[in-house]
Design a protein around this ligand. Sequence first.
Ligand SMILES: Nc1ncnc2c1ncn2[C@@H]1O[C@H](COP(=O)(O)OP(=O)(O)OP(=O)(O)O)[C@@H](O)[C@H]1O
Ligand SMILES: [Mg+2]
Length: 463
Amino acid sequence: MKTLPVFGRRPLQLIEETEQEQLIVSAPLAGAVVTNPMMGVLADASVADLRAACMARLDANTVALMAPERLTGDVERLISEIATERRIQINRREQRALAMELVNDILGLGPLEPLLADDSINDIMVNGPDKTFIERQGKVVLSNIKFRDAAHLASICQRIASSIGRRIDESSPMVDARLKDGSRVNIVFPPLALDGPYMSIRKFGRKPIDFAQLVEWKAMTAPVARILEIAGKGRLNIVISGGTGSGKTTLMNALSRMIDEGERVVTVEDAAELQFQQPHVVRLETRPTSLEGRGEITQRDLVRNALRMRPDRIIIGEVRGAEAFDMLQAMNTGHDGSMSTIHANTTRDALTRIENMVQMGNMGLPSRAIRTQIVGSIDLIVQVERHRDGGRRVTQVTEVCGMEGDVITLNDIFQFEVKGEAADGRLFGIYKISRMPPGFLPRLAYFGLDKPWRAALDDAERV
Ligand SMILES: Nc1ncnc2c1ncn2[C@@H]1O[C@H](COP(=O)(O)OP(=O)(O)OP(=O)(O)O)[C@@H](O)[C@H]1O
Ligand SMILES: [Mg+2]
């Protein structure tokens, strides 16, 4: 038995198996091994006994290199041997379930493995060892996944953190990480997490999503998709705005497909999750402060550096601070076709947020100057929303036109209006269209895209 540093009031007990798990932090994640814990029949004490004995006999270095299927077979035999020695009654099905559970623990992320293997799940939210919620088709529900105890969950969190060279414990209780498959993970430990550890996973779509897929999911109509495609091809500077999990990053990935193969794209992200398909993409990721409180590299540092890397386009995963200023500069200085996402509720709100971010990083800059800069930089804002039916939709496509006095003028090219609810609970509605010719039409004409733009608007009206 070994005692971990105290989390909150309660010391966590690590049993031998956790030590074993820690030895193999660099182990590859298991494939899609699905656990089916049917262990309810056996007394808890016998299971714990078997589990501990089995883990004690496995050589961590060897098993870390084994294929999951082979290891499951070996562990099953070992369980059967130990059960015979200790006179524990266990049937084949229980042996197999326990073997799978152990293999998931050793090679993968324990009880989370089946959720990670299930492509229909977007988000996994672990609220302590007993409660794990999942999001499926826009709806959040409680799953039947449980961890053995807080120590079991903590050890899995620690493995995720150490796989990217970070540590998670009481002294550094928050970590942003990424799983081997690219899924984004945030972990918060006690004492900050009162019933924790808490873990939030945004799964990484295995299949990159394009506009055809988004139209099929009814995130937008085909003409709206075409307009966005034209905007991407015509190198407009685009900001995608929306709430948490509304589909901003997904839309940016889809838009990125319009980027020409010959262009040099530099991406800047806090936790890399963009899936660009072009050959010439340079990906930068921020670095948090080290435990000694040094060495932080912010998005602003990276955007400034990106400007010196001869980029054609600069893509910022999400603007959240002082880098907003540098983003506007980049958009304004020949890096047409730059893009970013932002957390905001409406397209107008997105501009206010950008203005505030610039102001916070550059005290004393007059509002009017910032607004002029915004108007000169951003061409289009696309708003995405997650509606109450779980559907994610493009709700506004707005052109940033100019200034009237001190106010930025906007033109909603598309605006989605909910018209009602179908029998299956899905919302339906229409796009209202503005026919005012956008200020960037000459730019589209330069790329030969003005006619397709008008045609797409005509189509949109007919739908
Ligand atoms: N139109 C859509 N229909 C169905 N699912 C979608 C749609 N758009 C995105 N998703 C799914 O929703 C989840 C959240 O999407 P995404 O990561 O793009 O959101 P986000 O707004 O960038 O979130 P965050 O605010 O956390 O950065 C993803 O799992 C994605 O696959
Ligand atoms: Mg995102």
